[in-house]
Design a binder for this molecule. Structure first.
Ligand SMILES: Nc1ncnc2c1ncn2[C@@H]1O[C@H](COP(=O)(O)OP(=O)(O)O)[C@@H](O)[C@H]1O
Ligand SMILES: Cc1cn([C@H]2C[C@H](O)[C@@H](COP(=O)(O)O)O2)c(=O)[nH]c1=O
Length: 228
């Protein structure tokens, strides 16, 4: 249940748990990272609700958006915003919640990209922006640490082709470059939008073995992240 606390709605009992968001470009290795940490007993992992974005009551807004972003961008991003909010507000048993992306990156990276690239009409962007502003003003969405899996767009392009998700066959290299640049502006240069938590940057172009080694090296920092 949501209750008012200091002017915002807060999910009961979740205030003292820590929230880690794994951020990064498409196919950067976020799910693989979450899978690795899911074996840790006091971490509960929440993957991105991609299956919902591919099937809402028999419709596939993710595929529609890639086919015709001008027409379906608002539809997909409205649903992404709802489902990400639902993920943030879900109750977990473990003291640490590790999430794939966040409502913040859905807005600051993907909505922003559609708008900046001229593929989202101004009115759609305005409606989504007002929704987003209302949500973050009225509902507590705490994040303790952002783990940014930093890759080159080229690495993501290769992994994307290897993963072979049907809807994403049409994604060109330029799309991954645009998403990469938005992530870099947000989390590295910190010049675009407010960053809701400290950022831990992990170089993620390495092979799986080296990635697991880096996750082990950073395990303590990740598990002990706490907001003030
Ligand atoms: N370090 C890595 N080296 C090589 N391939 C990887 C690595 N990490 C993930 N992959 C592969 O790349 C693809 C995308 O990884 P995934 O974890 O699904 O990325 P994301 O969740 O960020 O989209 C998958 O096929 C996965 O097996
Ligand atoms: C958050 C978000 C995602 N998408 C798209 C981008 C990808 O095609 C999938 C997510 O897959 P990933 O491997 O986890 O990156 O969804 C989008 O279009 N809009 C969004 O806000």
């Amino acid at each position: 249940m949501l209750s008012p606390s200091q002017g915002k709605l807060v999910r009961n009992g979740e205030e003292r748990k820590s929230v880690i968001c794994i951020e990064g470009n498409i196919a950067s290795g976020k799910t693989t990272c979450l899978e690795y940490f899911s074996k840790t007993s006091n971490i509960e992992v929440l993957t991105e609700p991609v299956s919902k974005w591919r099937n809402v009551q028999g419709h596939n807004p993710l595929a529609l958006m890639y086919q015709d972003p001008e027409r379906w961008g608002l539809t997909l991003q409205t649903y992404v915003q709802l489902t990400m909010l639902d993920r943030h507000l879900s109750t977990v048993a473990a003291p640490v919640r590790m999430m794939e992306r966040s409502i913040y990156s859905a807005k600051y990276i993907f909505v922003e990209n559609l708008y900046k690239s001229g593929k989202m009409p101004e009115v759609d962007f305005a409606v989504l922006s007002e929704w987003f502003e209302w949500i973050v003003k009225n509902i507590a969405i705490p994040v303790d640490l952002i783990v940014y899996l930093q890759t080159t767009p080229q690495t993501c392009y290769e992994r994307l082709k290897q993963r072979c998700r049907e809807e994403e066959r049409v994604i060109p290299m330029e799309y991954l470059e645009a998403i990469h640049n938005l992530y870099e502006d947000w989390l590295i240069k910190q010049t675009s939008f407010k960053v809701p938590a400290p950022v831990l940057v992990i170089s993620a172009d390495d092979d799986l073995q080296k990635m697991l080694h880096q996750y082990e090296e950073n395990r303590e920092r990740i598990l002990t992240a706490r907001r003030a």
